[in-house]
Design a protein around this ligand. Structure first.
Ligand SMILES: Nc1ncnc2c1ncn2[C@@H]1O[C@H](COP(=O)(O)OP(=O)(O)OP(=O)(O)O)[C@@H](O)[C@H]1O
Ligand SMILES: [Mg+2]
Length: 387
């Protein structure tokens, strides 16, 4: 066995271990820390640091390993990228210095900073862009860092770049996921719970109109309102605990729409013609059912609240692989708003749901000509298990 091999093997092993540890980490802070730690053990340096570029020639983060945690606060603020570190950060070239204290670019150490002599600096590039650098100081047992040390750290820096990039991406997707969740909550609360409360409002309006002459009828309407409110509270509770109204889980789309129509008839005292395909449940997924239901709910609620119609019609039919939802009223109609006005989310939510469904949503309306909504979903097929 040659002497070279004996020397190289543990280092390659260390490099491979280091890259694995880095690759398995997703939090940026941990990734940076692990990279610095790996670099330090890889080539036997007393101290290691990882500086991340802020994109404007300064350091945005500076993670150190090897410095006593008690000593940290005494050293003061992290380096800002002046002096030797900064110089090197701008140039983006590796650097070996035997004694930092004697280097012409050195800005000097702050008080309480451990004294350091030998230095190896290696830039980290990601997609051709300088994103940071690894600094190793005080080579153990030797007076300065070698070319081999530099090569090993350069290899590590390649992995570090990927890991940092991944961690950045991961953080970004996490943020996006949270935003999407929030949007979904807002949509579900608006379309489900708020619309139901509006329905209760309509019933109470009816009750008020019946008073004082028809007190008994008014009492009935108030009773209905109380029941509806209890159902809303129940839905809300289910939503909070389980993020999905129970009714949608246990009942299929057909029963839910039938229930909605019944509720609306009671709330508005309007004739409502409904034609819901009784087999529809076997053709839609839970996700599709939920969006279709909410679109229907919003359209019906808009018709009842805004159109002052004499009648409302709703139909959900399937022919071959095409599913069509239609909601129409013979009321006032309206000029579709160009932009979403504050406090009016219904139409925008419908569009959003239609696009999630990959469906086509058309709203035909004109002043005093009523409103006719058509949602078309193609590529529907019978599902394996039916509920
Ligand atoms: N069927 C309809 N008949 C008459 N006007 C309608 C009808 N649907 C919608 N509109 C008009 O379009 C506006 C926007 O509707 P949208 O559903 O986006 O908001 P909203 O119903 O006012 O409030 P939200 O749905 O957020 O509770 C309504 O305020 C209403 O003026
Ligand atoms: Mg609305």
């Amino acid at each position: 066995m040659s002497e070279n091999k004996l020397q190289l093997d543990p280092q390659l092993k260390a490099l491979s271990e280091a890259t694995q540890a880095i690759a398995s980490e997703l939090s940026l802070e941990q990734v940076l820390f692990k990279i610095a730690q790996a670099a330090r053990t890889l080539i036997g340096a007393k101290y290691a640091a990882l500086g991340v570029h802020d994109g404007h020639g300064h350091l945005s983060r500076f993670i150190t390993v090897g410095i006593d945690s008690k000593m940290h606060p005494q050293i003061g603020p992290l380096p800002t990228g002046l002096g030797l570190l900064g110089h090197f950060l701008h140039r983006g070239e590796a650097l070996i210095v035997k004694d930092i204290t004697k280097h012409p670019m050195a800005a000097g150490f702050p008080q309480h900073h451990p004294l350091m002599n030998s230095l190896l600096g290696v830039p980290i590039f990601s997609k051709g862009e300088l994103i940071g650098a690894l600094y190793l100081t005080d080579k153990q047992d030797e007076s300065e860092f070698t070319e081999l040390d530099q090569q090993l750290i350069e290899m590590l820096a390649l992995h570090a770049a990927i890991a940092i990039e991944n961690a950045h991406l991961y953080e970004k997707t996490q943020r996006l996921a949270i935003l999407e969740e929030r949007e979904r909550f807002a949509r579900d609360l608006h379309d489900g719970i708020i619309q139901s409360i509006y329905g209760v409002g309509l019933t109470l309006d009816n009750a008020k109109a019946l008073l004082p002459a028809e007190a008994e009828a008014a009492r009935e309407q108030i009773d209905i309102s109380l029941k509806s409110l209890a159902a809303v509270i129940n839905d809300l509770r289910n939503y909070i605990f389980d993020l999905r109204p129970q009714a949608l889980k246990s009942k299929g789309l057909h029963a839910r729409l039938e229930g909605l129509v019944k509720e609306l008839k009671v709330n508005t005292l309007l004739p409502i013609q409904a034609q819901i395909d009784p087999d529809i449940n076997s053709y839609v997924t839970d996700m599709q059912a939920s969006h279709i239901f909410h679109i229907a709910h919003e359209a019906l609620s808009n018709a009842a609240r805004h159109a002052r119609p004499k009648r409302i019609g709703v139909s959900l039919i399937r022919q071959d692989d095409v599913l069509t939802l239609q909601v129409e009223d013979d009321g006032t109609g309206f000029a579709p708003p160009e932009t979403i006005a504050h406090g009016h989310h219904g139409l925008a939510n419908m569009q959003k749901r239609a696009s999630i469904l990959n469906a086509n949503l058309q709203i035909e309306t004109a002043p005093n000509q009523g409103t006719h909504l058509t949602l078309t979903l193609t590529g529907i097929s019978k599902r394996q298990e039916t509920d």
